[in-house]
Ligand binder design. Sequence first.
Ligand code: ZN
Length: 312
Amino acid sequence: MSLRLEAEAFSAFCNRFDKEEVCIIALFEAKWPNGFHCPHCQHPSYYLISTRRLPLYECRSCKTQTSLIKETVMEGSRTSLRLWFQAIYLHSRSSSVNALQLSDLIGVTYKTAWLICHKIRHAMSRTDSAHLLTGIVRVTDGIYCKRITSTFDWHKQEQPILIGASNDEVGNIGYIKIKLQSKLPLRDKYDCPDTQPFLRNHVDPLATKNTIITRRYRRYGKPIDKTLVMESHHATWWIGRLFRGVGPKHLQAYLDQYCYLSNHGIEVVFNHLLDACSTTHTIIYSVLIGRSTTIRSLKRLRNSVRVSQQTG
Ligand SMILES: [Zn+2]
């Protein structure tokens, strides 16, 4: 779709979800598609408390109060639902957006946009992890950001990956997963990662024994699965074009985003992604950047010991 058509489609979307009330109704339906049920006792009736920015739903049986954004990726966020919806919409497009573009388009700070992007990606990753490859499954190794060199050594941007796909009815890729692998057990970049953990975690046990495993280059007579190998190049191109340099720390989330958009048709992807964001627990900033509360607690404890030693 051209940039002009993309801009018109985004404008139409903004007009459709132009008020918080409209977003509240849509989020309610995505969160509770079969009607409200209390998260504590499953009771289906509630009293509506609408004195807050977002409505609260008080269970008529056990009196537990539930927020609309509790246990969603939006939990704890002060950003309006209207802007969250715009962010989810923009992530549902194959062109997608990076954090800088999102901050410009919806008018939030870069840090808020970065966090929203990662939370939406988290919903994509969690949805993907619940889906196993079934039927005829193919797996190959690949290299993310492969450089054209004859050396056996890894370039620092190259990362080993495993690519798995289940076929659709006509033998094309129906559902794809790309998972980052550790370089540590590999002798060099021509070594193949162990496929067993990938098969255990991402392939239906009924499909595992018939899974076709190939290599990204011809060796020991093993065939090459060119369509799967091409996916590593497409993923590299798509991530590189949109996000520029992505390090190994967050690369898996971007690979999951690439696969999510490949796996879900453009017509349904907004509704699917809204459902995913409405039913996925959020991920907090400290976990995203790899700073756990345990480490922070230990640092605080260490600092307090230092202070007591100095004053004592
Ligand atoms: Zn209840």
